[in-house]
Design a protein around this ligand. Structure first.
Ligand code: GRG
Length: 330
């Protein structure tokens, strides 16, 4: 399968780390696993994901002047955790495509997909246990805390589906848990493995958290405006599931500020006859720009936080990752 999803400059910038992550991920597939478990794990790990979270771990480790190699198991644990959430999320949302290929549950069935997700968490902990003391205890605490937070976030996301209204604060709390907490953990783990002090690790964690918020807001936007071939999955799936997203909240906020527009535009995304009509309204009302501006707000905050840890120069790998994510189309 096509392994690289990056522009050449990004691939060159991370030419040591990306292949190391890929090799270490493949090595987690234990040969003695039963064929019907090993094969789907191999399938999922070979799909062309961006590997942003393990890159964050290794880069955070470098930023505190640690050697990245001892942090590699923690980075792999983070990616396996992420893969687990994607597999279970695809089952819950009945999404047919992931990373441009059939979702695991489509290819192997729901039961095996659930089992693969469960196995990945076990494999993730096996990796995490390789973190040397004294980093092991805080690393395990942060990783486990993130597991619980992501679950909470997913539960809130599900609960929002059956609610009429959700406030921006509630929404930010939900994506903070569902998405940003794992970015936070990825960065904190790198800082811890690299020997960073408590204050620095905290700043890296906050950097990761804000990056995660921006990432999820962009993700909501991409579900509306991306090219499905580039995105690797269908667009409009949030619309079809009637999900509360940053885009739908912003849509409502824009209409609230312009009462005259309510004569032309329906009050809710769900009131549109089809996705294309909703997408067109988002463009006409300036919702797309407004959502991007809010994502940019959180991206700027990441740079303020990062500058308290290390200079924001070309060589700073966390800056390079932020720049890549700023312009991402997938
Ligand atoms: C953690 C116990 C536990 C349960 C998981 C299913 C679930 C509960 C949570 C879902 C969390 C989720 C899928 C959040 C969305 C995060 C997101 C935007 C993922 C896409 O990340 P990318 O673009 O994916 O980095 P690639 O494919 O590049 O790796």
């Amino acid at each position: 399968m096509e392994a690289s999803v990056f522009p050449v400059s990004f691939r060159e910038r991370f030419q040591n780390l990306l292949p190391a992550i890929d090799r270490a991920l493949q090595a987690t597939v234990l040969p003695h696993l039963p064929e019907n478990l090993r094969q789907p794990i191999e399938y999922f790990l070979s799909l062309p994901g961006k590997k942003i979270r393990p890159l964050l771990t290794l880069s955070a480790c470098e930023v505190v002047r640690g050697e990245w190699a001892p942090a590699l198991p923690a980075a792999i644990a983070v990616e396996l955790f992420h893969d687990f959430t994607l597999i279970h999320d695809d089952i819950m949302d009945q999404d047919a495509l992931r990373r441009g290929y059939p979702s695991l549950h489509v290819k192997y069935g729901d039961s095996l997909a659930i089992l693969v997700g469960d196995a990945l968490i076990g494999l993730a902990y096996q990796q995490l246990m390789k973190v040397p003391a004294p980093a092991l205890e805080p690393a395990t605490r942060i990783f486990t805390e993130a597991l619980v937070k992501v679950c909470e976030g997913q539960a809130l996301d599900k609960a929002f589906e059956s609610r009429q209204t959700v406030s921006v604060e509630e929404y930010l709390d939900m994506i903070g848990k569902k998405t940003a907490w794992l970015f936070r953990a990825a960065c904190a783990l790198g800082g811890i493995c690299g020997g960073g002090n408590e204050k620095t690790v905290h700043r890296l964690a906050e950097f990761g958290f804000h990056l995660g918020l921006a990432f999820q807001i962009q993700d909501d936007l991409l579900d509306v405006i991306a090219d499905p071939r580039q995105l690797g999955k269908e667009v409009g799936s949030d619309f079809r599931m009637d999900k509360k997203t940053y885009v739908t909240l912003k849509y409502q906020a824009v209409l609230a500020e312009r009462p005259e527009a309510t004569r032309t535009y329906p009050a809710q995304a769900a009131d549109y006859p089809h996705f294309d009509a909703f997408r067109q309204a988002l463009q006409e009302l300036g919702v797309v720009e407004a959502v991007q501006a809010d994502a940019d707000f959180y991206l700027r905050r990441t740079q303020e936080l990062l500058s308290t840890v290390a200079p924001l120069e070309e060589a700073n790998p966390l800056s390079a990752i932020t720049r890549f994510l700023e312009h991402r189309q997938y």
